[in-house]
Each structure stands twice: as structure tokens, then as C-alpha cells.
Design a protein around this ligand. Structure first.
Ligand code: CP
Length: 309
């Protein structure tokens, strides 16, 4: 693995499976009370420029279970929010801690932090990528189907960080990926170029949710108004009409299809209350797996000799 985890594009299929296999092991250990204090004495600083429930608590709990310490640094209440450059923050925090996790808006800011950090940097979500979430999603899908290759994944909604990360992660694991997004909310060209870069990748981009979910094994969605986009709320709600995951849409999917949502969900917008509750076990397994996947990421990046830069 590379030194940092900044986006799904940075991971090879072998890297992804290494993380998922270790996450499965750590989940087993945790559920069976088997000690796994693999990061005894290590520290992780977690910087948040956006709110979080799952990411914060799963990183902090995970680090505690591994015998280390995770610390919370609010963007607003630290010098980060007062404009201290990423390069100075990176070099300072690298003198104290064994790793840095950051949730921020611009991917460029995270990349700048990583350029100057001498310790591993983990993406806790940017507007471009949400790798920890998608690795947890892949873990959850594999738990259900026992494999990833050939599984048909449909994503319905905004072509944002989740959609982009699912396209990359899904294709790297041999899944057949279809994304349905409104025309003005398509994934970035860099992601579409990646999807077109290998003749073995099976990828479809459409503006028709019905086409996307047809025979899908797994249906994903995400909020229409993500953090930082509140000023666009009205325009977005209008643009996403017809993109709700509801019972009628799911009749087109494979019988017994799985539904995933990274949460938090806005019931009545991107997903109905009925669909969310009918698939709650799968969705909260997905939330739980953030803990196990991130423990694996931290072990691989902070615990071992992480050679590549
Ligand atoms: N899915 C996710 O990243 O959740 P939080 O925003 O609560 O961390």
C-alpha cells in the first residue's frame, strides 16, 4: 500500500482485498473478545471541517480497541479554521502523532496536507472521495455475497464523492457498476476516464434510475444535498426528482436485492422510510463495518513498515 489513503484511485485491487481481509479478521476478533491491541502507544489526530457521527466515533472507538489514542481537532476551533496553511499543520502534527485523519471539502487541501506530512494521512471524506466509507461498503457486500466480482451495483443520485468512490472501488473489484445521475450532477471526468480506461471494466452512466437498477444486486443512494451544498438545496431537490429509491423502483432490481446508504439519510428524499426500514439490517451492518475497515486501514498504515511514498 501507499503511505497515505487519499482516494480510491490510489488503491490497487490487492490493496483493497488486503484491507477487507484484515477488516474481516479484526471484526471476528472484536466479536469474539480476542485482544488485538496492534497499535499500542500510537496516536491519530482526526481533523474535522465538516460534521460527523459515524466517522468520528468509529475512528475513536477503533483506535481505543487497538490500544492507541485518537484525538479530535475541530477545524473551526483550531488554527486550521483560522487559515494556518496545510503544510504547516502537516509538519506540526507529524511531530506529535503517528497518523492524521482529515475530513474536509477540497481534495487538494488533503493532498497538500499529505505532501507535507511525514506520517500517514487518511481521507475521512472530501468532496471528491470517501474511501473509508466505500471500503466498508465493499466489506458489507462481500459479507452478503461472499465475493465481489460480477456483482451488479447500481448507484442512484448525486455523482459526488460516494458515487465516484463506488465506481472506482466497484470496478477495481470486478463489479458491474451503473450510475444514474441527473445530467448536471454527473461524476467528474477523471472518474469517467478511469471507468473507460480498462476494457474489462463494465460501467454504464445513465440519467434513468430504472435502467440503472434493472437486475441490480445492490442499490446505493446518498443524500441530494450534501454538506456544504445547502445553498443549492432547492435547485438540487428539483433536479433529483425521479431519483428516489422507493419500493416501485426496487421491483426492477434482482429479487432480494441489497440496499446500501452511507447515512445520514433524508427519508422522503433520496430514499423512502419504507425502503430504509426494510433494509435497515444491511444499512446498519454497513455503518458498523466502518469501524472494522478503519481499524484495518490504521493497522496497515500506522502499524507496519509502510514503504511506498
Ligand atoms: N457516512 C458518514 O461518513 O457518516 P458521518 O458523516 O456521520 O461520519
Amino acid at each position: 500500500m501507499k503511505k497515505h489513503l487519499l482516494k480510491m484511485l490510489d488503491l490497487s485491487p490487492d490493496d483493497i482485498y488486503e484491507i477487507l481481509n484484515l477488516a474481516d479478521q479484526l471484526k471476528y476478533d472484536q466479536l469474539h473478545g480476542i485482544p488485538h491491541r496492534l497499535l499500542e502507544g500510537k496516536t491519530l489526530v482526526t481533523i474535522y471541517e465538516k460534521p460527523s457521527t459515524r466517522t468520528r466515533i468509529s475512528f475513536e472507538t477503533g483506535m481505543f480497541q487497538l490500544g492507541g489514542l485518537a484525538m479530535y481537532l475541530s477545524g473551526k476551533e483550531s488554527q486550521v479554521g483560522r487559515g494556518e496553511p496545510m503544510e504547516d499543520t502537516a509538519r506540526t502534527l507529524s511531530r506529535y502523532c503517528d497518523g492524521i485523519m482529515m475530513r474536509t471539502f477540497r481534495q487538494e487541501d488533503l493532498e497538500q496536507l499529505a505532501r507535507y506530512a511525514t506520517v500517514p494521512v487518511i481521507n475521512g471524506m472530501t468532496d471528491f472521495s470517501h474511501p473509508c466509507q466505500v471500503l466498508a461498503d465493499l466489506m458489507t457486500i462481500r459479507e452478503r455475497f461472499a465475493h465481489l466480482d460480477g456483482i451488479k451495483l447500481a448507484y442512484i443520485g448525486d455523482g459526488d464523492n460516494m458515487c465516484q468512490s463506488l465506481i472506482v472501488g466497484g470496478l477495481k473489484c470486478g463489479m458491474e457498476v451503473t450510475a444514474a445521475t441527473p445530467h448536471d450532477y454527473r461524476p467528474k471526468q477523471e472518474i469517467l476516464d478511469f471507468a473507460a480506461s480498462d476494457p474489462e471494466f463494465v460501467f454504464t452512466l445513465t440519467e434513468d434510475p430504472k435502467e440503472a437498477v434493472r437486475d441490480a444486486d445492490v442499490v446505493f443512494t446518498d443524500v441530494w444535498v450534501s454538506m456544504g451544498k445547502e445553498a443549492e438545496a432547492e435547485a438540487r431537490r428539483k433536479a433529483f426528482q425521479g431519483f428516489q429509491v422507493d419500493d416501485e423502483l426496487l421491483t426492477l432490481a434482482s429479487p432480494g436485492c441489497m440496499v446500501q446508504h452511507c447515512l445520514p439519510a433524508h427519508r422522503g428524499e433520496e430514499i423512502t422510510d419504507q425502503v430504509l426500514e426494510a433494509h435497515a439490517d444491511e444499512i446498519f451492518d454497513e455503518a458498523e463495518n466502518r469501524l472494522h475497515v478503519q481499524k484495518a486501514i490504521m493497522c496497515l498504515l500506522l502499524g507496519a513498515n509502510n514503504a511506498e511514498d
